[in-house]
Design a protein around this ligand. Structure first.
Ligand code: E4P
Length: 218
């Protein structure tokens, strides 16, 4: 399973990358705004900076909502760096744009996936990744993990190449469950990735080992 970090914060990206387990980055307009990255030029420069910080795919989202606008913006984003994946919202215009980019060999991430039908359409259009939003489904009392399982089954039935990129991940159990269900990628905030390392018995065991070593070496 690939690990992406879901942020536009360069320090977090670098910390996760330095761990040696990071395969890519996802951003969205809200995450960019959270870092104070505004204005077209700054936004494009920031994507390039992210691409220069990590090796791996970096999803950069279009703002346009019409087909022509998405195509224009998507080409601009794709031209920034070879690792850019054009992130396109799940709408009819978005599906058309994904098909356009897929025909041109430009990789896409279909975002804002909340149903199996949407995932099926995006795969038919040739999306490289689809991003089902687990946490936001959980927030409205639907089980986001059930959607991952359903999409996995459908993609396996027809051998779709589209990768399931589990998004809107809030905690380490989301990551573990996604791994059990066969999601191809999980994108998560740094906190959820780092939390995978924690266990109180690890802390207690290490403290004991160090104390015993110190006793024996006085
Ligand atoms: C996915 O690519 C999105 O950036 C993201 O995972 C959204 O997560 P949120 O629901 O925590 O905003």
């Amino acid at each position: 399973m690939k690990f992406f970090i879901d942020t536009a914060n360069l320090a977090d990206i670098k910390q996760a990358y330095d761990l040696g387990v990071l395969d890519g980055v996802t951003t969205n307009p809200s995450l960019m705004a959270k870092e104070g990255i505004t204005g077209q030029e700054n936004i494009l420069n920031h994507y390039v900076e992210i691409c220069n910080t990590v090796e791996g795919d970096v999803s950069a989202e279009v703002i346009a909502t019409d087909f022509d606008g998405m195509v224009k913006e998507g080409h601009e984003l794709a031209a920034l760096h070879k690792n850019i994946v054009v992130k396109i919202p799940m709408t009819p215009a978005g599906i058309k744009a994904i098909k356009h980019f897929s025909n041109k060999g430009i990789r896409t991430n279909c975002t804002l996936i909340f149903s199996a039908g949407q995932a099926l359409l995006a795969a038919k259009a040739g999306a490289t990744y689809i991003s089902p939003f687990l946490g936001r489904l959980d927030d409205i009392s639907f089980n986001g993990l059930d959607l991952i399982e359903q999409i996995r089954g459908i993609y396996d039935n027809y051998l779709f190449d589209t990768e399931i990129l589990a998004a809107s991940v809030r905690h380490p159990m989301h990551i573990i469950k996604c791994a059990e269900l066969g999601a191809d990628v999980v994108t998560a905030p740094l906190k959820a990735i780092m939390a995978l390392a924690n266990h109180p018995l690890t802390d207690a065991g290490l403290a004991q080992f160090l104390a015993d070593h110190a006793k024996g070496n006085q």
